[in-house]
Design a protein around this ligand. Structure first.
Ligand SMILES: *Cc1c(COP(=O)(O)O)cnc(C)c1O
Length: 406
């Protein structure tokens, strides 16, 4: 994967391994893990000077911790961001980024196709605190233009979106949002920090669920917020420090290990995903496949202009609605049924009855999430084994149809 604008002397793969590490006097090879809630001072005067901000000294792991700081520095170096803060989960990152920035009376505009809990924050939580919120179809620039014709505090969007892999024009929406005075926050989970650089495309803040590709091995929860030094330190940090969504140092250490292989995993998983998408598109029993770099994706050109590759997710529609989708899922032996994603093991989910059940049938129709839609997070298995497993799933769908016709 190429790296258009390195902000440090090292290239991407090197940064994934080395950025942010401060060795202790013991000279350890791997990053040190500081499992400590607090820190001690040499004398009372040092404690006073620390609280006055006159000396740099860790105070309490809710405010900062050396292992978490190493992860933050590495994530910032990968993203090309001035600063980063890690949080306990991806949702802690999204909610902190929004709640630290807006106040009662503000207006927030968001794309409709966002992660379920992000949708809840915009549709249910923010109005409760006196924030006006507006949803738009992310792919429709006219709707963005109309919604951003009045002063707006914050824009939240996701691209590619979950689960229909819709692409939002990050450059155009960022320009419209800035003209309305808004901070642009991009949930970049599906793209990963390697395949799309929202800050270079005009966004102000990037948020991640580190639970997904950054861990990528199904072990820990985590989140991150990245942006300018001024916004992170003056707007986000007081919110995080006083409301407490801090990441565990143990999880930060696991995530540092995850980053070491992120490029290898995302590259291999994306190649597998493209293979699986092409395979599925050629099968009878599949009515449609969505993958951003396929010629039949309606926004392929836009995707190619802002994302390097198609990512690790494939969405497809099985004939036969819910019964067809369930027959396929239940026949899979290698791919597991799970609502998680970005894992080294392939995972499949039925959005209409799980991740997108709560938004209701009308909103699902608006987003194109039919009862036959399956979202596949493609892992590191041999692509031929994945195709064999999906073929067995499709055979189960076909035999179900035959027996119901008999
Ligand atoms: C998983 C996910 C989140 C939430 O992250 P958690 O770590 O589960 O809290 C937010 N946005 C997207 C796109 C996600 O996939």
């Amino acid at each position: 994967m190429s790296d258009p604008a390195p902000k440090t002397p090292h290239r991407l793969a090197t940064r994934l391994l080395h950025a942010g590490v401060e060795r202790t006097p013991y000279g350890e090879t791997s990053e040190a893990m500081f499992l400590t809630s607090g820190f001690v001072y040499d004398d009372a005067a040092q404690a006073e000077a620390t609280f006055l901000g006159q000396v740099e000294h860790y105070q309490y792991s809710r405010f900062g911790n050396p292992t978490v700081a190493a992860l933050e520095a590495r994530l910032a170096a990968i993203e090309g961001a001035e600063a980063a803060r890690a949080t306990a989960t991806g949702m802690a990152a999204v909610s902190a980024a929004i709640l630290a920035h807006v106040k009662a009376g503000d207006r927030v505009v968001a794309s409709r196709a966002i992660f379920g809990s992000c949708h809840w924050i915009i549709s249910t939580l923010l109005p409760r605190y006196g924030v006006e919120t507006v949803f738009v179809d992310g792919a429709d620039l006219d709707q963005w233009r109309t919604a951003l014709a009045q002063p707006t505090a914050l824009v939240l969007l996701e691209s590619p979106s979950n689960p229909m892999l819709e692409i939002v024009d990050l450059r155009a929406v960022s320009a419209l949002a800035h003209a309305a005075g808004a901070l642009v926050v991009v949930d970049n989970v599906f793209a990963t920090p390697l395949l799309q650089k929202p800050l270079e495309l005009g966004a102000d803040v990037v948020v991640y669920s580190c639970t997904k590709h950054i861990d990528g091995q199904g072990r820990v929860l985590g989140g991150a917020v990245l942006g300018s030094k001024a916004w992170i330190e003056e707007t986000l940090q007081p919110f995080i420090r006083n409301t407490g969504p801090a990441m565990s140092p143990f999880n930060a250490w696991v995530l540092l290990k995850g980053l070491e292989t992120l490029h290898l995993r995302v590259d291999a998983m994306s190649r597998n995903a493209a293979r699986v998408a092409d395979f599925l598109a050629a099968q009878p029993g599949i009515s449609r496949v969505w993958y951003p770099t396929r010629d039949d994706h309606p926004q392929k050109a836009l995707n190619d202009s802002q994302m390097q590759g198609g990512g690790t997710m494939v969405t497809f529609e099985v004939e036969g609605g819910k019964a067809g989708a369930f027959a396929l899922l239940d026949a899979l032996r290698l791919v597991s049924i799970s609502n998680n994603l970005g894992d080294s093991r392939s995972l499949a989910t039925h959005p209409a009855t799980t991740t997108h059940m709560r938004i209701g049938p009308d909103e699902r129709t608006r987003l194109g999430i039919t009862d036959g839609v399956i979202r596949l997070s493609v892992g590191l298995e041999d692509a031929d084994d994945l195709c064999d497993d999906l073929a067995a799933g499709l055979a189960a769908v076909a035999s179900r149809k035959d027996s119901s016709a008999a």
